[in-house]
Design a protein around this ligand. Structure first.
Ligand SMILES: Nc1ncnc2c1ncn2[C@@H]1O[C@H](COP(=O)(O)OP(=O)(O)O)[C@@H](O)[C@H]1O
Ligand SMILES: [Mg+2]
Length: 366
């Protein structure tokens, strides 16, 4: 549905230097899917989205929506933004304060230059879209008298009312408080699924990306580091940046000793000692790697467990988080972070065993 190929977008800064905000960005979004650009502030997410919308002029690349080329540097094609048939919601969504909910949603239909809508058509479309986002009851209310979440849904309704073939959302939930943000997350997901509308979603919030997306592209400094399903990104990060940005991880410097069987496992030596880890690419003896282990994959117990990758340590710190407890455990010289169930009552200063499944020890090339 959407294909972005080799997209490069630069800005010129005050000192007339070119800033590569998006560099060689390529991805595909199949029809009806939600694709997320995830990365820290300044990594080029908004630039990529605005390039798709036609609000920036890229230096190179090609963008297609369905069969239509909307941008191509090689063929000198640049379809203007209002002819791209896209809906967009920005981080700072601006609803019109002096209008009602209904009028806000009808606004794009009234000013749309692509075609004129009859009064009846406008009425039908607005009522449908307000029902979709659950605002039908508030149609006549002044837009400023809506709550944050309702304003958010109104901004979405306004983007949907033109029935765009592609929806572009730039951090649409970032203005909301934590509780509402989580609820809107589920609403967005439901809406996107019900409408089956192809969506590109931008966020710096990894849990939002994991919860919402069919696929995620993790970006850093203008480039895509990895594209994959939420599970792939989380469980099989291709490098330390991705592993660190998406969730938190223990990173152990290690050296490969030998392959362990033929299914991608290796014996590696880290500060914890020799352990069994999963290599994401073929590794050789003496290769330097970083083994990434998620805190929730470190099993803690007071009795010595069976199995591989078992170490003994000492509880150094505990932080109670309600549904879980974060433990800092010292093993030799290393500090390992583990997340455990609150029923584990081992106290600071007491010994404890750690165990990690080999397939949860992901060896990344250093
Ligand atoms: N209009 C602009 N002029 C100059 N530099 C810009 C402009 N917009 C963004 N940038 C720079 O481009 C880079 C990417 O920005 P942006 O795409 O907004 O990142 P993100 O949305 O991931 O936070 C940043 O270094 C930013 O400072
Ligand atoms: Mg941005």
């Amino acid at each position: 549905m959407l294909t972005v190929k080799g997209l490069c977008t630069e800005y010129v800064n005050e000192r007339k230097q070119a800033i590569r905000a998006a560099h060689d960005v390529s991805f595909d979004v199949p029809p009806g899917k939600l694709f997320t650009l995830l990365g820290p502030s300044g990594c080029g997410k908004t630039t990529t989205l605005r390039s798709i919308a036609g609000l920036e002029r890229p230096q190179a690349g090609e963008i297609r929506v369905g069969d239509e080329v909307i941008y191509s540097s090689a063929r000198r094609i640049f379809v203007p933004p209002n002819q791209r048939g896209l809906g967009m919601v920005f981080q700072s969504y601006a609803i019109w304060p002096h209008m009602t909910v209904y009028e806000n949603a009808a606004f794009p239909l009234r000013v749309g230059r692509r075609r004129r809508f009859s009064r009846r058509e406008i009425d039908e479309r607005v009522n449908r879209v307000l029902a979709t986002v659950d605002l039908a009851e508030l149609a006549q209310r002044e837009a400023t008298k809506l709550s944050g979440g309702q304003q958010q849904r109104l901004a979405l309704a306004r983007a949907l009312v033109m029935e765009p073939r592609l929806l572009l959302l730039d951090e649409p939930l970032s203005n909301l408080d934590a509780k509402l943000r989580e609820r809107m997350r589920f609403e967005l997901k439901r809406l996107q699924r019900e409408l089956g509308i192809t969506t590109v979603y931008v966020t710096h919030d990894q849990s939002e990306a994991l919860a919402l997306s069919h696929a995620i592209a993790v970006m850093s400094r203008g480039r895509i580091e990895q594209i994959g399903t939420p599970r792939e990104i989380y469980e099989r990060p291709v490098n330390q940046f991705v592993a660190d940005f998406v969730g938190s991880s223990n990173f152990l410097d290690a050296t490969v000793r030998a392959a362990d069987g033929a299914n991608g496992f290796y014996r590696v030596e880290s500060a914890l000692g020799v352990m069994k880890a999963l290599g994401l690419e073929p590794l050789q003896a003496d290769d330097k790697v970083v083994v990434s282990v998620r805190p929730e994959d470190v099993h803690l117990s007071e009795a010595r467990p069976d199995g591989e990758n078992v170490w003994q340590g000492m509880v150094d710190q505990k932080v109670f988080l309600g549904e879980s407890v974060d433990f800092q455990v010292v093993v030799g010289e290393r500090r390992v972070q583990a997340r455990a169930h609150p029923s584990l009552r081992t106290r600071v200063g007491e010994p404890i065993y750690l165990r990690v499944e080999p397939e949860k020890c992901v060896a990344l090339k250093a």
